[in-house]
Design a protein around this ligand. Structure first.
Ligand code: ZN
Length: 296
């Protein structure tokens, strides 16, 4: 006879008596494995208390963090994509869109809004990575272009928060056209003397890096964000050399002169407010619209 004998077979606790750990109560940092409560994690704006790892967050969280009282007016909320190429991969594109819309509650991979940040008007367009990898199709490009137009017409600074895998393959050429369209609108914004701040978050790659994300009057990033054009494997195979450590991290990109500064999410709102205050006179009093000063 063995030294251990199971008296009863299998697990005998009835399902209704099992104690479940409630979902979403704890957060474990993927970098340093520190565990915190979700409430604490949220209080720190989804950054790790120990290693300062910045968790990926969505437009809903950024709008909540940035806009005063979490209040804003969403722009072009109803815009959705067609299927110009009748594209099919493992699913037909319209089916993929419908399933993603249902799962995420979003209409596409970017949301734009007008609100106030410490009392200053600001138009923000923010990408959502959970919507087909934050990929840029015609709706993403169009919503960004319209948000830029709105900012230009109302003479309000524009903030773009990028988080994207690049162009959306299901719209192929139509996706690539968005690079030119958004860049052209930004040039018009610049001519009107309206400030544009581009914030790159983890990850910002492909056609997004190659267009609007790198065209800010200020290009800023979150710590540790992956920022690049092509992926490291493709580059390594192309140049036939090993890549340096931390290649394509925000810190590496900053050191090589492509970013103005890296901002901790906990200081983001205040730093943006300071930057907007500094830039504001240009937006309010562009030369052609400035009222004539009276001298007495
Ligand atoms: Zn951590």
């Amino acid at each position: 006879m063995s030294w251990f004998k199971r008296v009863e077979k299998g697990i005998v606790t009835p399902t209704e008596q099992k104690k479940e750990t409630p979902d979403g109560l704890w957060y474990k940092c993927p970098e340093c494995k520190t565990v915190a409560t979700m409430a604490e994690h949220k209080r720190l704006l989804y950054t790790c208390a120990k290693c300062n790892h910045h968790d990926r967050i969505d437009s809903a969280e950024y709008f909540e963090i940035l806009f005063d009282g979490g209040e804003f007016t969403e722009l072009d909320a109803a815009l959705t994509s067609g299927d110009p190429l009748r594209f099919v991969d493992t699913k037909a594109y319209p089916q993929r869109l419908a399933a993603t819309q249902k799962a995420t509650g979003l209409t596409d991979a970017v949301r734009s809004a007008h609100g106030q940040l410490h009392g200053q008007d600001l138009v923000v367009a923010c990408m959502d990575f959970k919507f087909i990898g934050g990929s840029m199709g015609s709706v993403v490009g169009e919503k960004i272009a319209r948000a830029i137009d709105y900012a230009r017409q109302h003479r309000i600074p524009f903030l773009m928060i990028s988080k994207s895998g690049g162009a959306r393959m299901m719209e192929a050429g139509y996706s690539l056209m968005q690079m030119a369209k958004t860049s052209a609108r930004l040039a018009m914004l610049s001519e009107a003397g309206i400030p544009y701040i581009s914030m790159l978050t983890d990850p910002t790659t492909g056609g997004v890096t190659a267009s609007f994300a790198m065209l800010g009057d200020f290009n800023i990033a979150e710590p540790g964000a992956l920022i690049g054009f092509a992926g490291p494997r493709v580059i390594k195979e192309t140049i036939g050399k090993d890549l340096p450590k931390d290649f394509q991290s925000a810190e590496f990109v900053l050191e090589h002169g492509f970013l103005d500064f890296i901002v901790d999410r906990k200081q983001l709102k205040q730093q943006l407010a300071d930057l907007l205050t500094m830039l504001q006179p240009a937006a309010i009093a562009a030369p052609e619209t400035a009222p004539a000063r009276r001298h007495q």
